[in-house]
Design a protein around this ligand. Sequence first.
Ligand code: HSE
Length: 424
Amino acid sequence: MTIGVGVIGGGTVGGGVISILTHSREHIKSTSGVDIRLVHVADIDTRKFQGFDLDGVQISEDAEELLHNPSVDVVCELIGGIEPARRFILEAFRQGKHVITANKMLLAYHGPELTQAAASVGVELRYEAAVAGGIPIIKAIREGLAASVIRSVYGIFNGTCNYILTRMTYDGLEFGEALSQAIERGFAETPPDLDIEGHDTAHKCLIIASLCSSSVINLKDVYVEGITRVTHADVLYAKEMGYIIKLLGIVRTMDDSVEVRVHPTLVPEDHLLASVRNEFNAVYVLSEATDATLYYGRGAGRMPTAGAVVADIIDIGRRNRNAPMPAFVFNAQRRVRPIGEVESRYYLRLTTLDRPGVLGKVCTILGAKNVSIASCIQKEEHEERPVHVVLMTHTTREASLRSALSEIDQLDFIREKTQVLRVL
Ligand code: HSE
């Protein structure tokens, strides 16, 4: 079977897709039986297509031409952002075309609308490339683990943050220095706020949560905390306690609710996720029948992400056209648990004057809120300056901890807002 493909966007991922489709057509045909013919490419800057062998391929500045080309069966939307990407995808559906996108932000904001629009005309919306780039995690969840109830997912979904935290952990860099290196090496978005403030991870985590819970998840209900407040001191104290700090996207499903949260997390150093370094991504899935499975690889970059887009095209080519696979199945209504209901162990770093009674007062407040301390570190300071007191708590409800901290941070010897990190 031959499938006609149009690519909107000639940037990093679009260029990678064009490269695979122009170089590997015969290989894909011989191994999958699907003959993918690149018929149309579009970008407002068509100079991006220079250097590709596009003989016989139509090139447009205007994506509308591609969307109305009857030879295009599958549209790859690879421009990113909300508009005009959303408008292009809806128009592609109206024209009866399947769509493949790498656009996690668009899916996080408009997943239900796009799912409904695709289903109403019997075409597919596919998005393997949107989560963890080259790791086939969407396929693993939708197909490989289809028989199993997924109870939790812990993901390192952002290569930039993982790179920064790795440099802080193993090379002793402060956050700012590590961020500059990540920007130089080209992993970070421009500007990098979506990465370091945790939003990119939240978009990907929402997609995974929607799949695992069969529920519509609103982005505003997802708790998001990035890595900008993690210091080198936190990394060292965590290491001393036997943990490595990672930015995790966490999904946990309960019968009537789902936890969806993004935050820096202390991961025990012997956990598989702790060994995932640099810009690599990994997703650890716990499901009832299968128990633990781990998926590891490159979560970004031209060819890993382009490979995921082309794999989706092949899948569409292989599928029965009379039975399109729905993008998401929203047949449950699990509420998203507010962060206050989450239960975890916590790492607390207090910055305090070194005075008699400090630990006594802090521990009394924690004890009154039923927060129990598991261990404590304080280093002797030989000069007259504030010290760090690091406490590890036993499992407690976040609302109780927050209530205690609002009192602790008012004490006159506390010199900075207390650092709070959750523990896996
Ligand atoms: N900036 C993202 C990352 C790219 O660092 O993982 C892939 O979404």
